[in-house]
Design a protein around this ligand. Structure first.
Ligand code: COA
Length: 177
């Protein structure tokens, strides 16, 4: 079955939120807040409409991914980066390549738009397939407690993180409401 990726439109909002809820339901690490996070991010200044994508199969929306603006700060620098969160695939469509297709597509689009890096807190075995590596490689950490191996980043431009070594990732408040 073909997987078709396109930008999320206003008319998709309710469907996307429902699918996010279904995807995370029962996941041990879930705070049952992911659908609301999507809604809050869309309304915030950190939202980039071009990087909120849906995956369709048979004309049905089966997956969604969202990249939004974050910052990394160290003593000398503040750089813009992107947070990958959340990504959701309907349970009955998981393990069919939907997640992979969404991630590859959104990374290409982010690069085309000129963004230089992406950060994710996620499955340590899943994201390395796309080139993500633990942020500790760049001595960059989050301002909140998170195991080192699940805080990962990807440079879309060579040495993007090097400018901010020893930095701290600043997730906007909207992530914690
Ligand atoms: C994680 C998720 C987005 C992956 O999407 P998907 O369409 O199922 O993934 P794909 O079909 O592209 O890839 C499947 C691969 O991912 C792996 N995978 C799926 N869920 C995983 C998990 N929770 N942890 C580690 N690996 C996982 C599968 O084992 C498979 O590996 P393989 O390619 O080596 O066989 C999807 O399973 C999902 O929505 N899960 C619930 C919500 C969630 O966990 N979101 C991510 C939070 S970081």
């Amino acid at each position: 079955m073909n997987i078709y990726i396109r930008q999320e439109l206003n008319k998709d909002y309710i469907i996307t939120e429902e699918l996010t809820e279904k995807a995370f339901k029962g996941m041990e690490f879930s705070n049952n807040n992911e659908a609301l996070l999507v809604r809050r991010l869309r309304k915030s200044k950190y939202f980039i409409p071009e990087l909120s994508l849906v995956a369709e199969m048979d004309d049905e929306i089966v997956g969604h991914i969202l990249l939004s603006k974050i910052k990394i700060n160290n003593d000398n620098n503040s750089i813009e980066s992107l947070a990958l969160a959340p990504i959701s695939v309907l349970p009955e469509y998981q393990n069919k390549g939907v997640g992979k297709t969404l991630i590859k597509d959104v990374l290409n689009r982010a690069k085309e738009l000129g963004y230089k890096s992406v950060i994710v807190v996620g499955h340590e075995k899943y994201y390395p397939k796309f080139g993500f590596r633990p942020m500790k490689n760049w001595k960059i950490r989050a301002a909140f407690d998170v195991p080192e191996n699940v805080l990962m980043g990807l440079e879309l431009e060579k040495d993007a993180f090097s400018e901010c070594e020893n930095g701290i990732i600043e997730y906007p408040k909207v992530f914690f409401e």
